[in-house]
Design a protein around this ligand. Structure first.
Ligand SMILES: Nc1ncnc2c1ncn2[C@@H]1O[C@H](COP(=O)(O)OP(=O)(O)OP(=O)(O)O)[C@@H](O)[C@H]1O
Length: 514
């Protein structure tokens, strides 16, 4: 007790001394000296403090979804359970997976490479401009400046590749957007929503549309049939056509029609065949598995080479064989992909639709296209009048218009994708006349460009042909000269020099030696 009193007494006198020194310094030292001293202490403190770097990853960049944000979100959702204090628990429709997600202003630690500590925090602000709402979300990564290089070369790439896999597992209907992720101020890697695209909003040939719907209905009602014939209950679709013709929209329409979840398989993020296998087996029944831009995901045209070296393309026993994904830093082989399409998950039960998309069908290996792997190939092409009418009805809320006659004439001459047309209709605020006029204007512009291009091509062809003709003439002349020389020398050898004369019937008669 006495010691404590003594301590308090000494503390009191210490404070009194400090106050005295402070007053003395203020009163007697010139302000310039005080400033220098202050500066000195600030420098010392900042030097002693760890130098932290922070990186902000925003959900939207220039109005577009930021892929990195998406990946970080997926990565952290799988890692936040052990380190966050407040969590949100959710589960996808039709899924058995539980998912823990963070609440705004929470931070978590992520230990990388057995010891490097990274701090992640999640924030939602009202000031930013989101794509569909005014909330702006971002993740902040903080770390010591000495790890800058590691973050750039190892940690962020690690997150991206992990996210590719986690995303696949959890994505559900989140394939197309994460717009509703922020509506309640929380984030969730497994948030899903329904893409508004339906068969009614898709602009395509009505007969083809009906055919697809019938095919899908038949497929989902055939459990018994698939069981009886001993086949996996799956169906493979290939959607092909130029960009902007509605491949992604059709996938959403199919999923909505069947009420299936969608899994977006990013093949480039999958490292090995066995990983691919695990991912596919972990998909739930009643799902659509999508591999977009298959020609860009893997160099599938290499199959022939692979086949030669392997002898057996469908064997999946050797991981190193058919390692065509290696160019993309992944070792998923064509055999892995083909096995997957062939019904690797037949043991899982439940129906699955596998949809591949490509802008370049001609680049795909025939092995991937054969029936059984791709049961249905759907070509989505440029706008024809039928699909144009659907777009007019959906966007402009009209069925007929005088200008549509002009459009009909031009559609046969100019290539317009449904996405092009939709863009013009979107920007006219439902003013039908303005929308249609803008489309016609664009078509005329394209028509002029198209004819200019064709003229140029014609000219180039003519020039090339002219050069070729000249070359040919030259070659012919040279050949003739050569032949004549050869003939002369041959005959000279046999007969010596000869004279040439023609008889009455025009038959050439070679004279003998004169
Ligand atoms: N057939 C269509 N019917 C209705 N809207 C369409 C159609 N095609 C394109 N669109 C519109 O254009 C946008 C882009 O289309 P979408 O992404 O489906 O095309 P895509 O063929 O998948 O393109 P990409 O090959 O570049 O992925 C869609 O959001 C939709 O609004």
């Amino acid at each position: 007790m006495i010691n404590l009193l003594l301590d308090w007494k000494s503390m009191g006198s210490l404070f009194a001394t400090l106050m005295f020194i402070r007053t003395a310094v203020r009163d007697f030292l010139p302000p310039e000296v005080i400033q220098v001293v202050q500066h000195f202490f600030v420098n010392i403190f900042s030097y002693l403090q760890p130098k932290m770097v922070s990186i902000q990853i925003q959900e939207f960049e220039n109005g577009y979804n930021n892929d990195i944000f998406d990946s970080v979100q997926c990565y952290l959702s799988d890692n936040c359970f052990y380190s966050a204090q407040h969590l949100k628990l959710s589960r996808l429709k039709n899924s058995t997976n539980l998912s823990y997600t963070m609440i705004p202003n929470q931070s978590i630690q992520d230990i990388f490479n057995n010891g490097i500590n990274f701090k992640w925090s999640f924030h939602v602000t009202d000031s930013g401009k989101g794509y569909t709402n005014t909330k702006m979300c971002y993740f902040q990564l903080s770390f010591h400046s000495k790890y800058k290089q590691i973050v750039h070369t190892s940690y962020l790439p690690h997150i991206m590749s992990q996210a590719g896999i986690i995303k696949f597992k959890n994505r559900g209907k989140k394939l197309y957007s994460n717009q509703n992720v922020n509506l309640n101020g929380n984030w969730s890697a497994v948030a899903y929503f329904t893409h508004p695209s339906t068969f009614d909003t898709i602009a395509m040939d009505p007969i083809l549309k009906q055919e697809i719907k019938d095919d899908l209905k038949k497929f989902i009602n055939r459990r018994e049939y698939y069981n009886r014939v001993g086949r996996a209950w799956k169906r493979g679709y290939l959607l092909y056509g130029p960009p902007g013709t509605g491949k992604t929209s059709l996938i959403a329409a199919i999923a909505n029609f069947l009420e299936f979840d969608i899994y977006d398989l990013e093949l480039t993020a999958v490292k090995t065949n066995s990983q691919l296998k695990k991912l596919l087996i972990s998909t739930t029944s009643k799902s659509v598995i999508v591999v977009e831009d298959i020609d860009c995901s893997l160099d599938l045209s290499n199959r022939k080479n692979t086949n030669k070296s392997n002898g057996n393309i469908n064997s999946n026993t050797n991981q190193s064989t058919g390692d065509i994904g290696s160019t993309f830093g992944s070792s998923v082989s064509l055999s892995g992909v083909l096995n997957f399409v062939d019904g690797l998950w037949s043991s899982c039960g439940g129906e699955r639709l596998i949809i591949f998309t490509t802008n370049h069908k001609e680049k795909l290996d025939p092995a991937l296209l054969r029936p059984g792997r791709m049961d249905k190939q759907i070509n989505l092409s440029y706008c024809d009048m039928e699909s144009f009418k659907i777009l007019v009805k959906n966007y402009l809320k009209i069925e007929e218009h005088e200008i549509m006659k002009e459009v009909e004439k031009m559609l046969g001459l100019v290539k317009m994708t449904p996405a092009d047309v939709a863009e013009f209709f979107m920007s006219c605020d439902e003013d039908a006349e303005m929308g249609l006029k803008n489309v016609v204007k664009e078509m005329k512009k394209r028509l002029i460009l198209q004819s200019q291009k064709e003229e140029k091509k014609e000219e180039m062809k003519k020039e090339e042909k002219g050069e070729e003709d000249e070359d040919e003439e030259k070659n012919e002349e040279e050949d003739e000269e050569k032949n004549e020389e050869e003939d002369d020398s041959e005959e000279e050898e046999e007969y010596g020099e000869y004279v040439e004369s023609e008889d009455e019937e025009g038959v050439r008669i070679c004279g003998g030696i004169i």
